[in-house]
Ligand binder design. Sequence first.
Ligand code: HSE
Length: 307
Amino acid sequence: MVKVGLFGAGVVGRGVVELVRTQKDRIRQTLGADLEVSGIYVRDTSRPRTDQPELETTDQARVLESADIVVEVMGGIEPARSIIQAAHAAGKPVVSANKMLLSNHLGEFSGPLRYEAAVAAAIPILSSLREGFGAIRATRFEAILNGTTNLILGLMSEGMDYNAALQVAQDKGFAEADPSSDVLGHDSLYKAVLLTHALTGEMPNWSMDAAAGITGVTLDHIRAAEAEGKVVKLIASGDIAASRVSVKPQAVPKEAWVRIQGGRNRISIITDVAGELVWEGPGAGSHETASAVLGDAISLGRTLVLS
Ligand code: HSE
């Protein structure tokens, strides 16, 4: 039995609790043991957050003690940062989906830490890049890394106004707790930083100035792009040699990008000897993100089962 201590019961945390239950047989098969949620840290217990309210507590230490593996899906810097440090101090491996924390503070953590869910949710992009690029070099990438803004831009092109479109993204569970991180391009920038780190082993030089979001995009911009056979998307770019990342809305060719609708992500990486490689898939959403969290937990759990 591998026990998971869950910190956070928002959209992703609830997804983790649900998938542990509904994917029980598949998880047993891939892990070689059962996996259970042993405790759920929540900020307050005034109302149930998950379908296992009996596990919910405001006692961080209790959840940590109960766990073989800590899963941090709270978002934000604190208390997520202290929780990961406490887990490592207690010798426990950690899975996190926290792109804001990891892009800013990855170097502070010294214990086992996986964070596939932090970039492009269900697409296993970080492990692919770390494991699969041993003999080739990426030179640059262009990517849609934020489902919220991608959905909003799509709905705006169909005539919906910006605020109504943002509400749809929130209702679908795509948006951050503070959606300004999505619409200002910050969330995409954090992910571009982590993508670069997966490609090079080093953090790029970056600051928040490198992010421009979609708040200035109007229906006129969208229609002007369409008249040229293009589509407006929020594109995260990386120049690997220059160690630079940036995010801004761009009119890009329809052929490659228009089919990336709603919460989907697309990552195009140009390499020196293998040309262009492309990944597409669900980049936001409860079960989509929880699937990547559990993939990491199972991978870490296998080591525990075997030891
Ligand atoms: N707010 C994020 C998005 C969630 O819309 O893509 C997934 O990281």
